[in-house]
Design a protein around this ligand. Structure first.
Ligand code: GRF
Length: 195
């Protein structure tokens, strides 16, 4: 299946997906990495791997206008599934509706806890013993939608948001490719002729 990955920054989860896609039995290939920030570091990472990229700044555009540009880029690339990977834009209802059931996100918390930003700092401030990451299907509400998989890490004495984020990122890079592969396999099974 052809996967589109939306990023806004570093793109380390995109890289984990791209590396996993090189395995012969991986059910997805990355058809396009797209960004709302032409300077996103992950775009250079994708280009270095020979993956097509698309970038357009969202600045000065209405949300739905910008999302329509992204949508066109994805569809022109023949994208069938979308993975959000550090994509720091709220999505319009039209865009979400157009990819219903075919778009997933990775969020650094044990959802439904800590939707939104600063999840690592909030988990530490709350005195939680564990923190984690969730992969979920994208619906209209931010960081909502059915959770497909989660992974946990301990919060250790002396942790800062940075040390905790570093520990969690290792789990993100394992969880996202594995969950996405299972999601795509299941989706293809559900949509097979005669199903
Ligand atoms: C990750 O922590 C991801 O869970 C969150 O944003 C961060 C993106 O990092 N949604 P990267 O761009 O994938 O390195």
């Amino acid at each position: 299946a052809r996967l589109g990955v939306l990023i806004s920054g570093r793109g380390s989860n995109m890289l984990a997906l791209a590396e996993a896609a090189q395995a012969p039995d991986c059910p997805y290939a990355i058809a396009l990495v797209a960004s709302n920030d032409p300077d996103a570091a992950g775009l250079a990472t994708a280009r270095a791997m020979g993956i097509p990229t698309w970038a357009h700044s969202h600045k000065g555009l209405k949300r739905a206008e910008f999302d329509a540009l992204v949508d066109t880029a994805l569809r022109d690339a023949g994208v069938e599934y979308v993975a959000l990977a550090g994509y720091m834009r709220l999505l319009s209802g039209e865009f979400v509706g157009g990819w219903a059931g075919r778009m997933v996100n990775i969020h650094p918390s044990l959802l439904p806890k800590y939707k939104g930003l600063d999840t690592h700092a909030r988990a530490i401030a709350a005195g939680d013993p564990v923190h984690g990451v969730s992969v979920h299907i994208v619906t209209a509400e931010l960081d909502d939608g059915p959770v497909l998989a989660q992974a946990e890490v301990p919060i250790l004495p002396g942790d800062t948001p940075e040390t905790l984020a570093t520990r969690l990122l290792i789990e993100e890079h394992r969880l996202y490719p594995a969950t996405l592969a299972e999601f795509v396999r299941n989706a293809q099974f559900r949509s097979r002729p005669g199903a």
